[in-house]
Design a protein around this ligand. Structure first.
Ligand code: GLC
Length: 431
């Protein structure tokens, strides 16, 4: 691209963004619920961290952690030669795991673009891969019926203006135009994109990034898209990281690693178990949040076998118990030390993490139980309900399902638990 083409491209970008600004302001936030419906129902997505760092296998922050100079790090662009069609394996695994959407790092902090960009040569089509890895990913996700998300890091350790933009206005102008230009490319060249997942807005403030204008452009290019909050604005959803923390006033999604690293890390063997993943999924669904669970493929695109194992086991559980997770609604107030809870309408799902044996009991339920069953087998469960206790009886000694057994409890109204009511019924005793 000549300098003149580049300037024209950028002028077009800002004119369109300005037009979109008013369009977006007029539309307001009224359509958010509609845009986010599928996402809320989906509950579970796959995050994929993949870039030049994946070849080294020492965390995606390796460039910064080890102080690798740009000129040395750049060489990894030539040796990045993934196997053909790796994205198909990721998408198949996501489908098998019961995940409904995927989010791929199109560009991480290292600055290398997995997509074809006219604005830099530091991209997959012009370097080692010699192909557009983002296009392959988009096609693979769609082939499995999964929604498509793009992660895009605003922070950029490779771009010469990536740091000095904070102190030099001309550098800021160039860099922000570059970033906006790349987002425009991503949202123009790959058809319908469902999620834009910004990351790290160092070193500028939202004003410096021109984040308002950025989002306006995004919504203009992809009217149905949803965006997160990491360009410093509120966006459509918030993104607690490595923790599950419900937001009281906004849609939220917890993103988490399967071991301790987002990018492939050879030496990190601290894998979470399927039980932990199912419990986390239940915890998210309890408060109507989503769970975005990460895989870090190796440099050639292979998925670490431990990740596949955990995801497959989670998917098998979801096959049997998915009705308790997908389309679940908030389940306020239901708590137990041995179980988690989710809800769909008047059906309460009790996820028993520690199986007590023949009888499972639940205290403080304030509605009448009409019936109970195990979604895993379809079997009815007998029950007895008195004052503030329901006992599910005639169950097996060994947990009927693995890694967590779910009991679907049909209630005569919206399930609610009131432990205070239970406490009040206890006779006062002098001490
Ligand atoms: C952090 C890290 C980054 C990772 C991201 C995922 O911002 O810097 O490496 O991609 O979290 O949420």
């Amino acid at each position: 691209m000549t300098r003149r083409d580049c300037l024209q491209f950028l002028a077009a970008t800002s004119a369109a963004a300005a037009a979109a600004a008013s369009a977006r302001a007029a539309a307001g936030d009224a359509d958010r619920e509609t845009r986010m419906k599928w996402w809320h129902e989906a509950r579970f997505g796959m995050f994929i961290h993949w870039g030049l760092y994946s070849q080294l296998g020492r965390h995606e922050w390796v460039m910064e952690n080890e102080g690798i100079p740009v000129a040395e790090y750049e060489k990894l662009a030539a040796t990045f030669r993934p196997k053909p069609n790796v994205a198909r394996d990721w998408a198949r695994l996501a489908k098998q795991a019961g995940q409904k959407y995927m989010v791929l790092t199109t560009k991480h902090h290292e600055g290398f673009c997995n997509f074809d960009s006219k604005l830099t040569n530091y991209c997959a089509t012009k370097q080692g891969p010699g192909r557009d890895l983002v296009r392959e990913y988009v096609e693979a996700a769609r082939a499995e019926g999964l929604r498509v998300g793009f992660y895009y890091s605003l922070m950029d350790w490779h771009h010469p203006d990536g740091a000095r933009c904070a102190t030099d206005e001309q550098a800021r102008r160039r860099f922000v135009d570059y970033i906006h230009g790349q987002i425009r490319e991503l949202l123009t060249n790959y058809g319908k994109i469902d999620i834009l997942w910004y990351d790290v807005n160092w070193p500028l403030k939202p004003d410096g990034w021109e984040s308002e204008k950025m989002n306006e452009m995004v919504y203009q290019l992809q009217p149905q898209i949803i965006v997160n909050n990491r360009n410093g604005l509120r966006g459509d959803f918030t993104t607690p990281e490595q923790t599950i923390r419900a937001s009281s006033d906004q849609a939220w999604e917890s993103c988490m690693t399967l071991n301790g690293s987002w990018g492939y890390h050879k030496a990190d063997t601290d894998w979470k178990t399927p039980r932990t993943i199912v419990r986390n999924l239940v915890t998210c669904a309890h408060d109507a949040g989503n769970y975005l669970l990460n895989i870090g493929p190796t440099g050639d695109g292979s998925i670490p076998p431990e990740s596949s194992k955990v995801l497959s086991a989670t998917g098998a559980w979801l096959q049997r118990n998915g009705e308790s997770i997908y389309k679940s609604e908030k389940c306020p107030g239901m708590r137990s030390q041995s179980a988690g809870f989710t809800r769909r309408g008047n059906t309460l799902y009790m996820h028993v993490h520690y199986w007590p044996g023949e009888t499972v009991a639940l205290g403080g339920l304030m509605c009448k139980v009409k019936s109970a069953r195990l979604p895993a087998t379809g079997k009815e469960v007998k029950f007895e309900q008195e004052a503030f206790r329901v006992r599910f009886t005639g169950l097996t000694d060994k947990a009927p399902d693995d890694p967590v057994t779910t009991i679907a409890i049909e209630c005569d109204g919206e399930p609610r638990q009131d432990m205070d009511a239970v406490r009040r019924t206890r006779p006062r005793r002098e001490v």
